[in-house]
Design a binder for this molecule. Sequence first.
Ligand SMILES: O=P(O)(O)OC[C@H]1O[C@H](O[C@H]2O[C@H](CO)[C@@H](O)[C@H](O)[C@H]2O)[C@H](O)[C@@H](O)[C@@H]1O
Length: 261
Amino acid sequence: MSSAQGFARPPLPAPPERLSGAALFLDLDGVLAPLAPTPDAVGPEPRRTRTVEQLTHALGGRVAVVSGRTLAEIDRIVDGAARAASGVHGLERRRADGVLSARDPAPSVKTALAAFHDFAEARPGVLVEDKGLSAGLHFRQAPSQADAALALATALADETGLALQPGSMVLELKTPGADKGTAVAAFMAEAPFVGATPVMVGDDLTDEAGFRAAEALGGFGVLVGPDRRTAARYRLENVEAVLDWLGALVSAAVEEKEARA
Ligand SMILES: O=P(O)(O)OC[C@H]1O[C@H](O[C@H]2O[C@H](CO)[C@@H](O)[C@H](O)[C@H]2O)[C@H](O)[C@@H](O)[C@@H]1O
C-alpha cells in the first residue's frame, strides 16, 4: 500500500511456495471460504476439504483451522477434515490428538445476546449469532445499521466487560481471555507442531493476533485480501489464490519426501 493510503512500505509479496518444516494455521471465512451473505450460507466444498486433508497429511499433521466460528461450525464447513482446530477466536480448541479445551462462557454473553436480539428485531437484515462463548451482531445485509450496531456493542462491552471483536460486517462480544494468538501459541507448544515454523493465514482483524504470535515464534503471517496496515509479511489476493498456494505447498512437501526416500 502506498504512503498516500496512510502508510509507507512496499506492497507485501506473495508467500514462498516451498516451506520446509512449516506449521499452517488457517482462518476459515475469507481465507478457505469466500464471504457469503449470511454465516449459514457457507457449506462444505470438495476442493477445500481435499486441500485441508492433503496439507495435513503432507505436513505430518501440522495444520490447524483457527477461526471465529465454533468448532462445530468448522467441522461442518471443512467436512471434518481439520484434526486440530480452534474456535470462537481462540476460546475453544481441539488439539491434534483430539483433546478438547474451552473457556467457561462469561454469563454476560446472554445479556449481550438479549440486547442484540432486541436491536435486530426492529432492523430487517440484521442477524444475531449465538456462539455460546460469544454473541455476534451481523449487518452485512443491513450496512446502514453499522454505526448504530457499533454504538450498541461498544456500550455493552463497557457495561459487561466482554471483549469487543470487530469483524467483516459483524461485531462480536466475546468472553475475554483468549485470541487467535494464544491459540497459535498453545498449538505450537504441543505435538506435532512443536519445533515447526508457524505460518498464520488470515484476512480479518481477529487474525492480527495470530500474525503477531507466528512472528514471535519465528514464523510469519500471510494476509488475504486488500493490503492494509498489518503484522503479516506476505499477502494473497483471495480464497482462490490461497487454495492454489496451499496446493503448491502440498506438491513441494511431497517432492521433498520423495527426494529423501
Ligand atoms: O475467523 P473466521 O474464520 O474468518 O470467522 C470470522 C467470522 O466468520 C463468520 O462471519 C463472516 O462470514 C460470514 C459468511 O461468509 C459473513 O456472512 C459475515 O458477514 C462475516 O462476518 C462467522 O459467522 C463469525 O462467527 C466468525 O467470527
